[in-house]
Design a protein around this ligand. Sequence first.
Ligand SMILES: NC(=O)c1ccc[n+]([C@@H]2O[C@H](COP(=O)([O-])OP(=O)(O)OC[C@H]3O[C@@H](n4cnc5c(N)ncnc54)[C@H](O)[C@@H]3O)[C@@H](O)[C@H]2O)c1
Length: 396
Amino acid sequence: MASSTSRPDGRVRVGVIGSGSIAQIMHLPYLKELDDRFAIGALCDVSPTTLEAAGERYGVPPHARFADYHELCASDLVDAVLVCPSGSHVPPAIAALEAGKHVLIEKPLCYRLDEAEALVEAAREARPRSGAVTLLAYMKRFDPGYQYGQRLVRPLAERGELRFVDARHIHPSNDLYTAHHLVERGRDVPAAVREEGARAHDAAIAVSIGANAPAALRRVFGGMMGSSIHDVYCLNGLLGRPEEIVASEAWDGGRCWSAIFRYPNGVRVNYAWIDVRQVREFTQELACFGGDTRVTITFPSPFLKSAPTIVRVQGMEPPPADPAPYGRPSGEPGWQDPGPAHWEQRVTASHEEAFKREWIHFHACITQGVEPLAGAEEARDDTAFVVEWARATRVG
Ligand SMILES: NC(=O)c1ccc[n+]([C@@H]2O[C@H](COP(=O)([O-])OP(=O)(O)OC[C@H]3O[C@@H](n4cnc5c(N)ncnc54)[C@H](O)[C@@H]3O)[C@@H](O)[C@H]2O)c1
């Protein structure tokens, strides 16, 4: 295999395309922290102010700062690329793969299925040609709390012992969770770049849900791709692929939506995504109901570093061997059998940050040939599902 590996010291030089909020809050700080594995090789942003601010803070010299992602991808300053601009992530990801770079791609991949297919193709071709790894930055799949819950739920689902999942994503304004972070975002993106981005986005929406889709449905589709995608890939990790969209509706001008999905083995998922605006209480919960086990996975806001995902596990104990209370003779008359007891365990699996764990996994994929946890095919199938879901949604 040619190039596209790490340096002799094992460090992978990363170029970041889109140096905005999530790059500055999570990715760049963790790349810096993981400096035994990574070096920040180059940055790219279409906003000169953002590019300069991030470059100065992370010690990336001016010659390694690019306004055009094609130049970053072609440069020999990087071995791998993080794709996290606004808009579709497919064109920069393909440019990186064609240049023999590994790619870590933030969600959402894109807004139209043909683009997702093009990425699958590019990733397939790049792998034997250059050894390039393609990993989706589906960070909640790397979350230790989610993985703890997954170890309990997935076998239940596979054995047909799960009946129902109540999935709630209660979403306040992101500002309530990001304002305390130090983020530099310039307002100097050239008008021509902004207009081209808007044109491409409109074209993608027209292909996926129709050129005449009402504004509320366009908003829902954007929200499903941008935020519900976390639930789509988390549910996939627990239950497999959805088999049917039983019902789906949106209201409140497209700020809230709910649906019922059927998953394998007859599991029904009752789903809701609710924009609660200004109440700072983010809740993303997957309550999984089995016959004799209940597992509830509750995620914190993604913008709170190292805040743990809590897992609650519930079940029943066998009835006591002897209903007589402590200190009384066994079998004493007058003590009715109290029946089995209900127990509940509240688990904080770890404070390891999901965003950091995905970088460690990416490094292992590149340097040790580990199979990526989430690849282009999965993202393509997620894109197909969300397009189908939006099309099936009745806007009230
Ligand atoms: N995993 C998560 O929980 C999570 C959280 C937030 C954002 N994200 C994703 O990360 C991506 C970026 O989100 P954000 O909140 O940082 O947005 P942002 O607007 O703060 O940052 C995006 C940056 O990309 C730049 N940009 C736009 N087009 C570009 C191009 N063609 N080339 C280079 N730079 C370009 C913009 O100037 C901006 O600085 C989005 O896809 C978003 O969905 C993921």
